[in-house]
Ligand binder design. Structure first.
Ligand code: ZN
Length: 311
């Protein structure tokens, strides 16, 4: 009886320990002087990774720190704020959210007294979708979401040059991964934060994708003459290989779905089309391909139906 009670207390303690502080073990990697990337794992959202599947970053400008993306939860945001505090004495002045997907913005809650900026369409999308994202994230990453509340960006960002401290940041209002994707190019250091327009060694996610627009945005990014490329997910690169990889995967994906629709395959049949050998080494590619069938296939099938008379 006593032993059972003791075991129960131990269990309760370990559960409490877990809920009280999921430790993301965040580390800042300085890719160019004063420009830092905080990397997650290339995986699906799980309880084990607490949603830390993305890259966030921050730029020390000489006149405050600019942060790119806030991470998947309040705890991630708090741990990112602490990490920035350990890295520089400069205060955080602004957080940019690159797009409306939940792994990128729930950490905003931790950035008190700081401007929260995003493209206007991203703010609109978050107004509509954040509630549903919150439910979903609690289901997918569990205790890591503890105490996370919705905090929306309030400052509408626009494309153009932002001169801050010693830096000249180019803000690019693009689209394709979602309706509005912000990329931030620090022209001073040559570091490009591409957001989820670029995936590296991981299959792209497509719940809000417009693949044609996405390909156009990738061409824009490729033309910028960056030295360091920080994808939304996956390893940092010093060349454009992740852009080429994302573009070829999207090309294969849209081509495969279009031929399947032409051939009249059902969604269930399309799900079992084998992933092309060039992409089988991408993380979570089978899962993402199947999700993409759900996201994109119905519209392709509908486009093939004869137009109906409307008058
Ligand atoms: Zn995304």
């Amino acid at each position: 009886m006593i032993r059972l009670a003791f075991a129960t207390i131990l269990l309760a303690c370990s559960a409490l320990g877990h809920t009280a502080g999921f430790d993301y073990k965040l580390a800042a990697n300085e890719v160019r002087p004063g420009v830092f990337v905080v990397s997650g794992v290339n995986d699906d959202l799980t309880f084990e990774n607490g949603g830390n599947i993305l890259n966030t970053g921050f730029i020390v400008t000489g006149d405050g720190v600019v942060v790119i993306d806030a991470g998947p939860s309040r705890l991630y945001g708090e741990q990112l704020v602490a990490l920035i505090g350990q890295t520089t004495d400069e205060p955080i002045v602004r957080v940019y959210i690159t797009h409306h997907h939940p792994d990128h913005f729930f950490g905003l809650q931790a950035f008190d007294g700081v401007e929260h900026a995003a493209l206007p369409q991203t703010i609109n999308d978050l107004r509509l979708l954040a509630e549903g994202y919150s439910d979903n994230m609690y289901r997918l990453i569990g205790n890591a979401m503890l105490g996370t509340e919705i905090v929306l960006p309030t400052l509408a960002a626009s494309a153009g040059t932002l001169e801050i401290g010693s830096r000249k940041l180019e803000l690019l209002a693009l689209s394709g991964h979602t309706e509005s994707d912000l990329a931030i190019f620090d022209t001073t250091s040559g570091v490009l934060f591409a957001g989820d327009l670029v995936f590296h060694a991981r299959a792209a996610t497509t719940p809000h994708a417009d693949i044609e627009g996405w390909q156009a945005s990738l061409k824009t990014l490729d033309s910028l003459g960056f030295e360091v490329l920080v994808p939304g997910h996956g390893p940092v690169s010093e060349n454009n290989a992740p852009i080429v990889e994302t573009a070829s995967y999207l090309d294969w994906l849209s081509g495969t779905l279009a031929s399947a629709a032409d051939a009249g395959l059902s969604p269930a049949e399309v799900m079992f089309i084998p992933v092309d050998a060039r992409f089988r080494n991408l993380a979570v590619v089978t899962n993402e391909f199947q999700r993409s069938v759900v996201h994109l296939y119905q519209a392709l099938e509908a486009a093939l139906l004869p137009a109906t008379e409307t008058q």
